[in-house]
Design a binder for this molecule. Structure first.
Ligand code: ADP
Length: 437
């Protein structure tokens, strides 16, 4: 009677443990995380909630080597165990993996027998990883299978008494193993999907780059070809002024081509993760003045104004890269205000940062386009009632540079009333003495 009562009590306790193990496994599944930490939690919670299992190993099959490798271990020296590779059919995990059957090993003799075909190296590594633990008295090894896909094996051992794993555990652990295998396969499929999407996106961007380049190069090339052919014609004689004008147009169109190619090269450098910043103390007002002087030579229709406070701080930045941002914003200010007008570059010091703005009186930008300006290849077509050559890469490049300085970049505009582009740079860094320029 007492015996029966204690048997019932044990079974109820086992059920309780199994239920809480399922609950723990479900909790891990509910929190999205990477495969490694998910598996480590699966195994540690399983061992913690199941009295019968003292130690455990999770092995995953690697398709490239066609071997099983230890992915997680509880109670062993993981550094040593992680060097072990098991072939399908070898030892307990290889057997479970190959046959798809649960292996029950009720005593040390059964464990020793199944390990007979284990390679001497992995036997030795196993011995080294388990020296402090003593011999396992009983073990269970469950295959991890997700649908048709063999994923690996789960090995649990008991170190105190033979026969600890009973038939009761088999069905429960098989169910848990199914959940683990499905979760592993799920994470892998999601990763594959992400990789495929990333590859598709890269290919799409590459194709877009080539078609943008081919399309945008056509206009300046046609113009260069037309004017140079005209100049070379034997029968046509142009006066000196006309010749000068033709040559100036050719020169300008070459500049447009150069800008296009520069943007494309710059963008591929950024895509390849090769953007290197060289920080040094720099005087932004002086740097801005230099860019403006250069621009003023190139555009007669525009007037430029620079407005920085006298005590504008020296900033720790990459001056060449920030100059590139300014040049891009000023280029756009000129390009998209063909009637000319005033272009104002202003610098302000705010709490913890400086803000530089470039304002023009040009065509402006419609509200629906404003937040797409910094996307790669985004261009507002027919903005001036005609095609304006451009790569749609200038602003994305500027954004990458500013964000690499831990700054921000944004724009405000009203269609037909001009635009203001802003970028903010952090004021931190050692070089905050006052600049006199
Ligand atoms: P690109 O000028 O080569 O097209 P950008 O990335 O520099 O490429 O600019 C993207 C788009 O943003 C431009 O095509 C243009 O439509 C719009 N844009 C940029 N700057 C201005 C500006 N100052 N005024 C009006 N539109 C602008």
């Amino acid at each position: 009677m007492i015996d029966f009562a204690s048997q019932v009590e044990t079974r109820i306790r086992n059920r309780d443990q199994q239920l809480s193990a399922i609950f723990e496994v479900a909790k891990i599944l509910a929190t999205e995380q990477d495969l490694e930490s998910m598996l480590s939690q699966f195994l540690s919670r399983l061992i913690a909630t199941l009295e019968v299992a003292d130690t455990g190993i999770l092995l995953l099959y690697d398709e490239s080597t066609e071997l099983l490798a230890v992915s997680e271990a509880q109670g062993y020296d993981f550094a040593t165990l992680s060097k072990i590779r098991i072939a399908p059919g070898e030892a307990m995990s290889g057997q479970a993996f190959q046959t798809g059957q649960v292996g029950l090993y009720p005593n040390p003799e059964a464990i020793a027998a199944v390990r007979e075909n284990q390679s001497p190296e992995s036997c030795e590594l196993f011995r080294m990883a388990t020296t402090s633990l003593g011999q396992p008295q009983s073990a269970i090894c469950i295959p991890l299978v997700a649908g048709q896909v063999k994923v690996g094996a789960l090995l649990l051992e008991n170190r105190s008494k033979p026969g600890s794993f009973a038939a009761d555990e088999v069905s429960f652990l098989s169910a848990v193993a199914d959940i683990i295998a499905l979760s592993i396969e799920n994470v892998r499929l999601r990763k594959k999907l992400q990789d495929t999407r990333a590859l598709e996106e890269t290919n799409r961007l590459k194709a877009e780059l080539i078609s943008t380049l081919a399309h945008e190069m056509r206009t300046p090339l046609t113009s260069i070809k037309g004017y140079s052919t005209a100049l070379l014609m034997d029968e046509a004689t142009f006066d000196l002024e006309t010749q000068q004008e033709f040559l100036r147009t050719i020169d300008e169109e070459c500049g447009v081509l150069q800008d296009l190619i520069r943007d494309v090269l710059e963008s591929s450098v950024i895509d390849a993760g090769l953007l290197r910043l060289e920080f040094q103390p720099a005087r932004l007002p002086r740097l801005t003045q230099g860019v403006i002087d250069d621009m003023a030579h190139r555009s007669e229709k525009h007037r430029f104004l620079i407005n920085f406070p006298e005590d504008f701080p020296i900033l720790d930045i990459d001056p060449h890269r920030i100059e590139q941002v300014l040049r891009n914003l000023l280029d756009n200010a000129v390009k998209y205000s063909p009637q000319g007008g005033l272009i104002v570059v202003r610098g302000e010091v705010r709490e913890g940062e400086v803000i530089v703005s470039v304002a023009d009186q040009g065509v402006g930008i419609a509200p629906e386009h404003l937040n797409r300006l910094f996307e790669k290849f985004f261009r507002v077509e027919w903005v001036l009632g005609r095609h304006v050559v451009g790569s749609g890469l200038g602003l994305p490049i500027a954004r990458t540079i500013v964000e690499s300085h831990e700054g921000r970049i944004w724009a405000k505009s009203k269609l037909g009333q001009g635009s203001v582009f802003y970028f903010a740079l952090p004021l931190e860094g050692p070089s905050q003495e006052i600049a006199r320029w």
